[in-house]
Write a protein that binds this ligand. Structure first.
Ligand SMILES: Cc1ncc(COP(=O)(O)O)c(C=O)c1O
Length: 449
């Protein structure tokens, strides 16, 4: 059979199993399309032939509208580090709900939350809040521009920082993303992650116009790729020598240690961006850092930078965030990191046994499979050399086996998990890859050997 024919045969069979298991999901998405374009209201929940519609979550499980049970290794894109409906978070929300959900005045809980964040991250001397990671990035960038009086921002190729126009631009290797004004190209520079010389060159050459360098603690959505060879520290040094601020986006990486990835990789940025896990599952974000930089937002400045938001730090979200941070102790985070390292080692074992040359990249509780034989150190290696067909079918076969991993191939560990769930993930991965191996042999022979 031709490569194309074999691919069509596998797709058809795997999709048919998926369709049989998820009949109600298909109906929901089909009828939703009347009001929501194609039934999709958030790009990161969409996959073909149609996404699974979930009815509820419980701990590290999700249950779909057809009552299928999934082990949740995606956990709302790594954000639900305590799993679903953690009892302490639920209790806190229930206590706060009857006492008011939003008010146009400060609430004491926000100051308690601020103290907790500053206590955990030494580089964060002052912090402010918002309702998403995207907003937190936007306001951190604004702080850097206001403080330095410069406009340009340097970011890493492929590094995702949310949906703020200039940050979407920084995908770098693509054409201007649809819907963005051409003007964003003027203010954003892009460099490959983990390439010290390239970053140094671009920072020194542009230092008079460059306000900040923004980088994640580990590249999250771009492949769970950790910094190598003191890369972040190098960025800090070079940026500092050139009067450029360093912003570390810890929206994903904060869950790796109580002080985030900056603690692990021994770096002290001028500004830090937070989101996802700090809100206990409610929509929140935060940005903070050096006192003198954060002072640009001080209401007692002659001309403060503007930062507003109707639902910033509402008491229910803040209380959920506080409850969540209390549970994210060093011991708990270490335990799930150990589970992640164990998963990574055992995934490599599965690949070796099957003689498949994919890569496992990650740090602690965040691991990802990359269907490429190339070592993955930058987003471009991951993006350009991976086999997308294999990834798509692998994800779908895993769904058919009740393993809900990220559609990009990541496994995010949550606190309700133990070795039992790691065993299940290993078993499902082994079975899925064994099933796909004859196809991989034909369509991606470079992955075999
Ligand atoms: C590193 C990083 N920064 C920022 C964001 C944007 O956060 P949000 O989706 O809450 O706007 C994301 C989202 O995935 C992210 O991964």
């Amino acid at each position: 059979m031709s490569e194309k024919g074999l691919m069509a045969k596998y797709s058809l069979e795997i999709e048919e199993t998926y369709r049989q298991r998820t009949r109600k999901s298909r109906e929901v998405i089909a009828s939703a399309a009347k009001y929501v374009p194609d039934g999709d209201y958030r790009v990161s929940i969409w996959f073909e032939p149609y996404p699974t519609v979930m009815a509820r979550g419980d701990g590290c499980h999700l249950y779909d509208v057809d009552d299928n049970d999934y082990l949740d290794f995606s956990n709302n894109w790594t954000s639900m580090v305590l799993g679903n409906n953690h009892p302490k978070v639920v209790e806190t929300i229930q206590q706060q709900a009857p006492m008011g959900s939003a008010m146009s005045a400060p609430h004491t809980s926000a100051y308690e939350w601020a103290k907790m964040i500053c206590d955990r991250i030494p580089s964060v001397e002052k912090v402010r809040f918002c309702t998403s990671g995207t907003e937190a990035v936007m306001f951190a960038v604004r702080a850097a521009r206001a403080f330095t009086g410069k406009d340009k921002i340097l970011k890493m190729e492929g590094n995702y920082h949310g949906s703020y126009d200039p940050m979407e631009m920084t995908v770098g290797w693509r054409k201007l993303p649809v819907g963005l004004p051409k003007s964003v190209e003027e203010d954003v520079l892009v460099t490959p992650f983990n390439d010290k010389e390239a970053a140094e060159r671009i920072i020194t050459e542009n230092k008079d116009e460059l306000a900040a360098v923004i980088v994640e603690g580990i590249l999250g959505a771009a492949g769970m790729i950790p910094p190598e060879d003191d890369y972040l520290k190098h960025l800090q040094d070079v940026a500092g020598q050139n009067d450029v601020l360093l912003i570390i986006d810890e929206v994903i990486s904060f869950r790796l240690a109580t002080g985030g990835a900056q603690d692990i990789f021994n770096v002290s940025p001028d500004l830090t961006v937070l989101g996802k896990t700090i809100g206990g599952g409610l929509p929140t974000g935060a940005f903070g850092g050096r006192e003198d930089v954060m002072a640009v937002y001080s209401p007692r400045q002659k001309r403060p930078a503007h930062h507003a938001g109707t639902f910033v730090a509402t008491p229910i979200a803040v209380m959920a965030g506080i409850a969540s941070l209390k549970e994210m102790t060093a011991e708990t985070l270490d335990r799930i990191n150990r589970l992640g390292w164990s998963l990574a080692e055992r995934l490599r074992g599965v690949l070796d046994d099957l003689k498949i040359k994919a890569q496992i990249k990650g740090y602690g509780s965040l691991q990802q499979i990359h269907f490429t034989p190339e070592p993955v150190t930058t987003a471009s290696t991951a993006y350009f050399t991976m086999n997308r067909d294999v990834l798509r079918l692998f994800h779908l076969v895993m769904m058919n086996k009740g393993l809900f991993i990220g559609s990009r191939g990541f496994f995010s560990i949550t606190t309700p998990m133990s070795e039992v769930e790691i065993d299940k993930a290993i078993e499902a991965t082994g079975e899925s890859l064994a099933e796909l191996k004859p196809l991989i042999q034909e369509i991606a022979p470079q992955l075999i050997g």
